[in-house]
Design a protein around this ligand. Structure first.
Ligand code: ADP
Ligand code: ZN
Length: 598
């Protein structure tokens, strides 16, 4: 939604560039054609040289001359010859004068002047103007990109009457409840003023991208029937110095004129990150942030403007932003639980046709951890897949495909894979699956595949269980073992390791780090939070603290890798069998997998 404006702009620019290129190509084409023709003229045996032409004119042998304005090539009819001849003159003007004097001297020469060929002139004009046109386009482009072009573009978007209502936001009941008072305030500010009540001026919506922060902000505007003015913090990153602050000022100026209204600042962390030094880009950010603070402090009691801001990292924000009178209220927007997902799915399936055996509830159960945006995306992809496959309605299979497309990317059947790579992928994925099979806390296998999807060469899909609020230490340890299963299988079965495990390692390392620094689960450091953006804060624990953290993380990872290798060694026969099956069929279902491994 939010990026649409920019996308449209980019589209427009591409079109302008495309047109420029086309004009250039056409111009060059025509020019070459003309040059070619002129060359032909020169080559022809039927061509008179200029000196010869003059001689013939003097001798009175010319009956008729045909010329085209703007062209130096002539058609010449001689008195004693049937066929027309061609001639090229260096300068038509002087040649004409010469003819005229000859005519005056009594020489009878019929002179025909043809009108200009419009195509030729336009193309000539275009060719001569081409550099100017291209430069002009480039300039416009540059200006637009810097946001200097049109003053109206200062604002990302502005909607006078938002149609979005709270009913369009599924789940999030408590959050909506908290925001009702803001709707009431925007509807009847006088009543609040009369009572002397203070309503929050700024509300910070915290949550992962796609959880519906923009949606709920729009719904507030829709419910209160006030304008919704929005901009995104990330837009400030590439701007000229001083522009950020002036943009913030203009945004609030505009809001004051439209009050009561809502200002929505997406990705506020891009401008509101904690102030540190005073150099370069940071001081530019500081100016923007300061302006924002000034504007929010300058709110009059009579101004009925509510500023909503969204971020995924509230801990990054400058403390000054969170002081009373600014963004003093925070609302956490979590990814939806199963019931929430079911409701979101319901909303987004209103205009879609489903086969009879499709159960929205079971989709919601299969999509633990998905955000509202991802669910909306799944349903849309399913509808696209169903259309392409010419199904009468969206089937369970289409939905399954859509979930895979959204999570692991699209299947890439066309990618050519060597047998060696195939074998490697088969053992890698079989490794994940086999190891998981012997780990209590890990979910059941849903599907194993060696067909490349997205950036992955293959994947192992797990059945999702009910959402959990807490994850145990054992579960995290076993998750790391399962992640190491791929690398372990490569090492043991093929006696070599590959780059295929990079993502597994990344995820496992993140888990290990969190275990040590966030959840206080390491043996040697104990229950302590070492979570911080500023390494200096850790110094209270002594100078060596970072070494200890590093060592603890490494122990966790190494242990997981060893455990994975042990499980693989104990189940080599099963690993071979699963890998073999994968090489044969490319995809095996959970059922087939458990038939092999028991
Ligand atoms: P955010 O601002 O948190 O990144 P958005 O509000 O832009 O997320 O959500 C993107 C899209 O995802 C919405 O336009 C909507 O289609 C869908 N969506 C997200 N959350 C919900 C929800 N709770 N109910 C219905 N649709 C949702
Ligand atoms: Zn892997």
């Amino acid at each position: 939604m939010k990026k649409n404006n920019n996308k449209n702009k980019t589209k427009l620019y591409s079109i302008i560039i495309a047109i420029c290129v086309l004009i250039a190509a056409a111009g060059v084409g025509i020019y070459m054609y003309m040059m070619n023709n002129q060359n032909k003229n020169k080559m022809d045996e039927n061509t008179l040289s200029y000196t010869e032409l003059i001689k013939q004119v003097e001798a009175g042998n010319i009956e008729k001359i045909e010329m085209t304005v703007g062209s130096t090539s002539l058609k010449v009819k001689m008195k004693n010859e049937e066929e027309d001849k061609k001639a090229i003159v260096p300068n038509t003007q002087t040649f004409m004068e010469l003819i005229q004097t000859k005519v005056q001297e009594g020489n009878e020469i019929e002179l025909i002047q043809n009108k200009v060929n419009p195509l030729v002139t336009t193309s000539r004009a275009l060719i001569s103007f081409l550099p100017t046109i291209i430069m002009l386009c480039l300039f416009i482009l540059l200006f637009q990109m810097q946001g200097l072009g049109d003053k109206g573009k200062v604002y990302d978007a502005e909607e006078k009457d938002t149609k979005t209502k709270f009913d369009d936001v599924a789940g999030l009941e408590e959050e909506k409840h908290e925001l009702v008072e803001i709707v009431d305030f925007l509807k009847k500010p006088e009543e609040f003023h009369k009572m002397g009540a203070k309503v929050p001026r700024g509300v910070l919506l915290c949550g992962k991208p796609g959880t519906g922060k923009t949606l709920i902000a729009k719904a507030i505007a829709g419910e209160a029937n006030v304008p919704f003015i929005s901009m995104s913090g990330s837009e400030f990153i590439e701007m000229f110095a001083g522009l950020g602050a002036s943009r913030v000022r203009k945004l609030f100026e505009k809001a004051r004129k439209m009050s009561p209204c809502i200002i929505f600042i997406d990705e506020i962390d891009a401008i509101g990150a904690r102030r540190t030094s005073n150099s370069g880009a940071e001081s530019e950010n500081n100016q923007t942030l300061n302006q924002l603070l000034v504007e929010m402090d300058g709110f009059d009691t009579e101004e009925n403007i509510i500023v909503l801001a969204a971020t995924n990292r509230p801990e990054m924000l400058d403390k000054a932003l969170l002081r009373p009178g600014r963004f003093d209220r925070q609302i956490m927007i979590a990814a939806p639980d199963q019931k929430g997902r079911e409701e979101i799915i319901k909303i987004h399936s209103k205009d879609k046709k489903f086969a009879e055996d499709v159960s929205l509830k079971s989709i919601s159960e299969d999509t633990a951890g998905f955000t509202g945006a991802e669910l909306a995306n799944v349903l849309n992809e399913a509808a696209i897949i169903a259309t392409i496959k010419r199904h009468k309605a969206i089937t369970n299979e289409d939905l399954d495909d859509a979930v895979k497309k959204v999570t692991v990317g699209i299947e890439k059947h066309s990618r050519v894979i060597s047998d060696k790579d195939k074998k490697l992928t088969a053992y890698h994925e079989a490794g994940h699956a086999i190891v998981s099979r012997y780990l209590e806390t890990q979910n059941d296998i849903k599907e194993v595949s060696i067909i490349p999807r997205g950036v992955a060469g293959g994947y192992t899909m797990y059945k999702t269980n009910e959402d959990k609020y807490y994850i145990s230490k054992t579960e995290m340890e076993e998750k790391m073992i399962a992640l190491m299963g791929g690398r372990a299988a490569e090492k043991i079965a093929l006696n070599d390791i590959s780059t295929g495990a990079s993502n597994d390692l990344e995820v496992a390392t993140k888990i290990a780090k969190d275990m040590v620094t966030v959840y206080g689960m390491s043996e040697n450091l104990g229950p302590i939070s070492l979570k911080t953006d500023d390494p200096n804060e850790l110094l209270v624990f002594g100078e060596k603290i970072e070494d200890v953290i590093g060592a603890e993380v490494k122990i966790l990872i190494d242990t997981a890798y060893l455990d994975a290798q042990k499980l693989i060694r104990e189940n080599m026969d099963k690993l071979d069998a699963v890998a073999q099956k994968l090489l044969e069929k490319e995809v095996i279902s959970g059922k087939e997998f458990y038939e092999i491994v028991g």
